[in-house]
Design a protein around this ligand. Structure first.
Ligand code: FCB
Length: 442
C-alpha cells in the first residue's frame, strides 16, 4: 500500500467465540462466555455465541473472502475449551483437527496465521476452580500452549499469547461487564497477575518452536478533560490500571512505583512470587496493540478503594470528536499518541503490530459503509505519521473480517468488512471491503 514499506503485513482479525458457533460440537467444553451469555441480563437482548457466524462450518467460504481481499495475514483465536474441554484434562483431537484444517486452508491460500491462544474463552471448569484468580490457571495455560504449539507449529503461525489482559482481568473480574461477571477488588488484581504469568510461561513454551511470539494489549491514552492538576493526576491513576500494570511487568519486569499509592487497600500482592516478574518479562518478538479510542477523564472522589476502579476517576465525553455506534470517540491522533508515547516510555520496545482497529455501525448490506472507509483511511494516515516519527510498526489488522458477536453488546454493533445476515448466514462484502482490496493491490 502506498506510503508503507513493502514488507508491511496487512491483515484482518477475528476471535473464536465471536464467530465460530458450534459450541457443543466435536467435544468442545463450555467456556465462561457460554455461561455468561446464557445468564439473563448479561448480554444485550440475551444474545449468545451459540451460532454466531457459523464459521466452524463455513470457514472455507470465509477463507476465500480473505484470499479475495488480498491480505497477507489473518489473526484468529483458538478456543481453549475446544482443545482441552475442561482446561486441564485430556486433549480433544477433533478440536485440534479443526484448527489444523483452518491453518492448512490458510497455507494453501498463502496467508500467514497470527494465532491468539486466549481471546477470553476460559474453560468453565477452570473458572469453577477459581479462574484467573488462582495461580494454577497460569500453569494450565502453559500446558495448553504446549498442545497448541506442537499441533500447529508446522503451519508456521505467529503466536499471540493473550488478547487484552486488561479486559479479562479488570472488565471480567472487577467491573463484571464481561465473563465471568465478577465484581472484586483483590481477585481482579490477582487475575491480572496470573494472566501475565500465564503469558510468560507460554512464551517459554512457544519459543521452543522457533516462531515469533507476542502479546496483545488494548492500550488507550488517558486524557484529562481539563488542564487542572487534579484531573491530570486522575488520568495518571487510570493510566496505571488500564495500561501500566500490564506494560511495566511485561517490558520492565516490575510493577509501577505508584501501584501501592493508587490501589490503596488493594495492595496485598501476596500473589506475586519470587521469580514471577522475570518470567513475565521474558522478551517477546513483538507487541500487539489494539487501538480504538482515547479515554477522557476528570477527577472524582477518591474512596477507600474496594475495586481497582475506585480510584477517583470519572469518565467523560470530550466535545468535538464524532463517535461510532458504541459511542467510542473517533480520534486517529490517539493512535499516534499511543505509539509515540510507548516508544518514549519503554526503551527497547519490541516491534509493534496493530492487531486490532475498527469501528461499529448498524450497517445494512445494501448501503455503502462510507464512515468505515473514512475511519480506516484516517487511522492509516495516523499510522504513517507514527512510523515517520520513528516507531517500528510492522503490520495492521482491521477488526473485523466479519460482523460478529460483540460480547456484552450482542450482534447489533457491526464491525465487519463483510456483512453477515444472521438468519441466513449470507455474507455480503461491504464497500469498505472493496475499498481495502483496492488499496491492497495498488
Ligand atoms: C476488542 C476485542 C475484540 C472486539 C473489539 C471490538 O476489545 O479484542 O474481540 O470485540 O474490541
Amino acid at each position: 500500500m502506498e506510503g508503507f514499506p513493502a514488507e508491511f503485513v496487512w491483515g484482518v482479525a477475528t476471535a473464536a467465540y465471536q464467530i465460530e458457533g458450534a459450541v457443543a460440537e466435536d467435544g468442545r467444553g463450555p467456556s465462561i462466555w457460554d455461561t455468561f451469555s446464557h445468564t439473563p441480563g448479561r448480554v444485550a437482548k440475551g444474545e449468545t455465541g451459540d451460532v454466531a457466524c457459523d464459521h466452524y462450518h463455513r470457514w472455507p467460504e470465509d477463507l476465500d473472502l480473505l484470499a479475495d481481499l488480498g491480505v497477507d495475514a489473518y489473526r484468529l483465536s483458538i478456543a481453549w475449551p475446544r482443545v482441552k474441554p475442561t482446561g486441564s484434562g485430556p486433549v480433544e483431537q477433533r478440536g485440534l483437527d479443526f484448527y489444523r484444517r483452518l491453518l492448512d486452508g490458510l497455507r494453501s491460500r498463502n496467508i500467514t496465521p497470527y494465532v491468539t491462544l486466549y481471546h477470553w474463552d476460559l474453560p468453565q471448569s477452570l473458572e469453577d476452580n477459581g479462574g484467573w484468580r488462582v495461580r494454577d490457571t497460569a500453569q494450565r495455560f502453559a500446558e495448553y500452549a504446549e498442545v497448541v504449539g506442537s499441533a500447529l507449529a508446522e503451519f508456521e503461525p505467529r503466536w499471540i499469547t493473550l488478547n487484552e489482559p486488561y479486559c479479562s482481568a479488570i472488565v471480567g473480574y472487577a467491573q463484571g461487564r464481561h465473563a465471568p461477571g465478577a465484581r472484586e477488588g483483590h481477585g481482579a488484581l490477582a487475575a491480572a497477575h496470573h494472566l501475565l504469568l500465564a503469558h510468560g510461561l507460554a512464551v517459554g513454551v512457544l519459543r521452543s518452536y522457533g516462531l515469533p511470539v507476542g502479546v496483545t494489549l488494548n492500550y488507550s491514552p488517558i486524557v484529562p478533560l481539563s488542564p487542572a492538576e487534579e484531573d491530570r493526576i486522575a488520568a495518571r491513576r487510570l493510566d496505571l490500571v488500564h495500561n501500566r500494570i500490564f506494560l511495566d511487568p511485561l517490558l520492565r519486569g516490575a510493577y509501577p512505583d505508584d501501584y501501592d499509592e493508587v490501589l490503596g487497600s488493594l495492595t496485598d500482592r501476596s500473589f506475586v512470587r519470587d521469580g514471577d516478574l522475570a518470567i513475565i518479562s521474558t522478551p517477546v518478538d513483538f507487541l500487539g496493540i489494539n487501538y480504538y479510542f482515547r479515554i477522557h477523564v476528570r477527577a472524582g472522589t477518591l474512596t477507600a478503594g474496594d475495586t481497582p476502579h475506585d480510584i477517583g476517576v470519572v469518565y467523560g465525553t470530550p466535545d468535538g470528536p464524532p463517535r461510532t455506534m458504541l459511542d467510542w470517540p473517533i480520534e486517529p491522533e490517539g493512535l499516534v499518541e499511543t505509539l509515540v508515547g510507548l516508544r518514549a516510555a519503554y526503551p527497547g520496545l519490541p516491534p509493534i503490530y496493530i492487531t486490532e482497529n475498527g469501528c461499529a455501525y448498524p450497517d445494512r448490506p445494501d448501503e455503502p459503509d462510507d464512515a468505515r472507509i473514512a475511519y480506516v483511511a484516517d487511522h492509516l494516515a495516523a499510522l504513517r505519521r507514527a512510523m515517520a516519527a520513528g516507531v517500528d510498526v510492522r503490520g495492521y489488522f482491521y477488526w473485523s473480517l466479519l460482523d460478529n458477536f460483540e460480547w456484552a453488546r450482542g450482534y447489533d454493533p457491526r464491525f465487519g468488512l463483510v456483512h453477515v445476515d444472521y438468519q441466513t448466514q449470507v455474507r455480503t462484502p461491504k464497500a469498505s471491503y472493496h475499498w481495502l482490496r483496492e488499496q491492497l493491490t495498488s
